[in-house]
Design a binder for this molecule. Structure first.
Ligand code: CTP
Ligand code: MG
Length: 266
């Protein structure tokens, strides 16, 4: 805890990387996944609103070429005050993140030395992340260098072979399902991505690249609500969560009146 406070009191800067260049194959349909509306607003815009906290100074968003114009117009209209950069999407999510990392490494806004530069990576397809989790993962990353959000698994997990035969049932008490956000000090995530590229290693999250580089990664326990919108059912689940969710996510309009005694002159 002491170390935590000492490190956190040092000046650090945070930018967000948002991979948004997927094709949304599992969602299907006419409208691209991230432009589908969720309770009246595009999923991508909802996610960016969730990330719109003052600690985060700039957004680096990767988008696929065919949607670049439409998405950049939509995003710039919604966030006129924000510093936003668009990078090309890559073949895999990891490539899209790398393109944003390259752009972030050249950012002219850094005022602190590289170890104090924090990069928060968050999937565009997770609009339900809450502020507290963002802050916690940023805090942990500034202490350990790498941090990710996850939740303990609720189901029993089995390792199953190609022949459908069970190989193993790992102890559930130490199994977590991993989400984003994940946050890193810049040199740690940069080295991890460069190494992965050099070895043609593809990971399914960014922490795994850091793990294989030999750096410690600290987990933050998040929320089961922070789902990744992948299939049409997820859109319906997310809509229910949003409906329940507090004041920030829903705009409500009503009418009312009040009555005052008439006074002289008024
Ligand atoms: N993503 C990306 N570049 C890719 C693939 C994915 O930036 N080449 C992004 C997606 O836009 C999404 C996040 O990574 O915000 C997580 O990916 P996923 O949920 O799998 O979305 P898609 O890849 O779009 O969906 P699918 O796998 O069903 O095609
Ligand atoms: Mg995908």
């Amino acid at each position: 805890v002491v170390k935590n406070q000492m490190m956190a009191s040092g000046d650090s800067q945070v930018v967000a990387i948002i991979p948004a260049a997927g094709v949304g194959r599992r969602m299907g349909g006419q409208t691209p996944k991230l432009l589908r509306k969720l309770a009246g607003q595009e999923i991508l815009i909802r996610t960016l609103k969730a990330l719109n906290i003052p600690e985060i100074e700039a957004f680096f968003i990767s988008v696929s070429l065919p949607l670049k114009e439409e998405i950049s117009r939509l995003v710039r209209e919604a966030f006129t005050e924000r510093e936003i950069f668009f990078s090309d999407g890559g073949k895999e999510r990891q490539d899209s993140v790398f393109n944003c990392l390259s752009a972030a490494s050249d950012w002219s806004g850094w005022r602190v030395p590289p170890e104090r530069r924090i990069v928060l990576i968050h999937d565009a397809a997770r609009p339900l992340v809450d502020e507290e989790v963002l802050r916690q993962v940023i805090r942990e990353a500034s202490v350990t260098g790498a941090s990710g959000v996850g939740v303990p698994v609720k189901d029993t997990i089995k390792v199953v072979g190609g022949d459908l035969m069970v190989k193993e049932t790992p102890d559930r008490t130490c199994l977590w399902a991993i989400q984003t956000p994940q946050a890193f000090s810049f040199p740690v995530i940069w080295e991890a991505h460069l190494r992965a590229r050099a070895d043609s290693f593809m990971g399914t999250d960014d922490c795994s690249l850091v793990e294989r580089s030999g750096y410690p990664v600290r987990m933050v326990e998040g929320s089961y609500r922070n789902i990744k919108i992948t299939t049409p059912e997820d859109t319906r689940i997310a809509a229910v969560f949003l409906e329940e969710g507090g004041t920030e996510t829903m705009l409500r309009v009503g009418q009312g009146y009040d009555v005052h005694r008439v006074l002289t002159g008024r």
